[in-house]
Design a protein around this ligand. Structure first.
Ligand SMILES: Nc1nc2c(ncn2[C@@H]2O[C@H](COP(=O)(O)OP(=O)(O)O)[C@@H](O)[C@H]2O)c(=O)[nH]1
Ligand SMILES: [Mg+2]
Length: 328
């Protein structure tokens, strides 16, 4: 250790050793570097301090990018499809996710309870679908990451409240999403240029259709809507038509369930492979095992085939509920 270091240096060094945070440590080292006399005798010490500075800085940078990655809006897709529940405040988004999944978002008696997205898994027969509760979409600030979440999802479930002003809520939400270049897939033909816009499938849920009494509201809403949106009217509170909603979600997700079977054995009906509608035997084989799509020699199909166990080609298009025996 060179002997010509001023006492302030040792003060800074002491503070460095007891510093609680990386930022404090960084300040101390920078101070030490400023105090230290620059000559040959301190070369090694200064090089060592500079090394510590860059180490602290890159650690801080890594932490920052990790934090970005761990944003509340970055939700990995799980299950057979990712459905983002969006809409104005108080339409029942949190109540829906609470009722249909094991997640427990806060359901509010006053507006704006939900401030970050909450995912949950909805069991549906033998598959699971991810539902994500979100903060209300209104005139106030909307996190751009929320828009990214909507862009990436498989289905937007746009909720409105049948007992207040569903038409206004629907129009406002669609307009807001449109401002962020998110367009319902069904309106695809209205745009000649699809660059820069995200086309996402939508399903409207007219909520709070609690009983036969509110069916009238639904008739009025449909009439005013003047446009044939795919829509389900249900009630989260009473559970009315929630089964229809579930079936409709599966339908809108465009998925089929296909079961694998070994020769001479029964298929395992509890764990289907989930594929996009229109998938072929080759797609299925690839899903079962990476190598299978290439190695596939033949396949037999039960279900959509003309007769049970029919031999089919690799381009055979599968249907929901099919059972397939792959021969590799
Ligand atoms: N009558 C009725 N009230 C509901 C229904 N679903 C939710 N609510 C109520 O609407 C209010 C807002 O619900 P919440 O889920 O917090 O709405 P969010 O802001 O869209 O998440 C709560 O008081 C719920 O109990 C429903 O189907 N019928
Ligand atoms: Mg909420």
């Amino acid at each position: 250790m060179p002997t010509n270091l001023p006492p302030e240096y040792f003060d800074a060094e002491k503070r460095y050793r007891t510093a609680g945070t990386s930022a404090e440590k960084l300040t101390c080292i920078e101070e030490m570097l400023a105090i230290i006399p620059k000559h040959k005798g301190t070369d090694k010490l200064r090089a060592d301090l500079r090394k510590r500075v860059s180490k602290l800085k890159s650690a801080a940078q890594a932490k920052k990018s990790l934090a970005r990655h761990e944003s509340a809006y970055h939700i990995n897709k799980e299950g057979a499809g990712q459905v983002v529940v969006v809409g104005a405040t108080n339409v029942g988004k949190s109540a829906l996710v609470d009722r249909l999944t094991h997640a427990t978002p806060e359901v509010g008696v006053f507006p704006h309870t939900t401030w970050k997205p909450t995912p949950g898994m909805m069991p549906l027969e033998n598959i699971q679908i991810q539902l994500i509760d979100t903060p209300p979409l209104g005139e106030e600030y909307v996190d751009p990451e929320m828009m990214d979440l909507i862009r990436r999802c498989d289905l937007v479930l746009l909720m409105v409240d049948l007992q207040t002003d569903p038409l206004q809520q629907l129009e406002d939400t669609v307009a807001l999403l449109r401002e962020h270049a998110i367009v319902p897939l069904r309106l695809k033909d209205r745009y000649t240029d699809h660059r820069g816009i995200s086309l996402v499938p939508f399903l409207i849920l007219a909520n709070k259709n609690d009983s036969a009494a509110t069916d009238e509201n639904l008739d009025i809403f449909r009439e005013l809507l003047n446009d044939n949106w795919p829509m389900i009217a249900a009630s989260v509170t009473t559970g009315r038509h929630l089964d229809l909603l579930k079936a409709s979600i599966v339908d809108r997700l465009n998925i089929i369930r296909v079961y694998s079977k070994s020769p001479g054995k029964k298929p395992d009906r509890s764990s289907p492979f989930v594929l996009k509608k229109g998938s072929t035997i080759a797609d299925f084989a690839g899903k079962v095992h990476q190598d299978f799509a290439q190695k596939l020699k033949a396949a037999r199909v039960w279900g959509s085939a003309v007769f049970d166990g029919q031999m089919v080609q690799r381009d055979y298009v599968l249907q929901d509920g099919d059972v397939v025996e792959l021969q590799i």
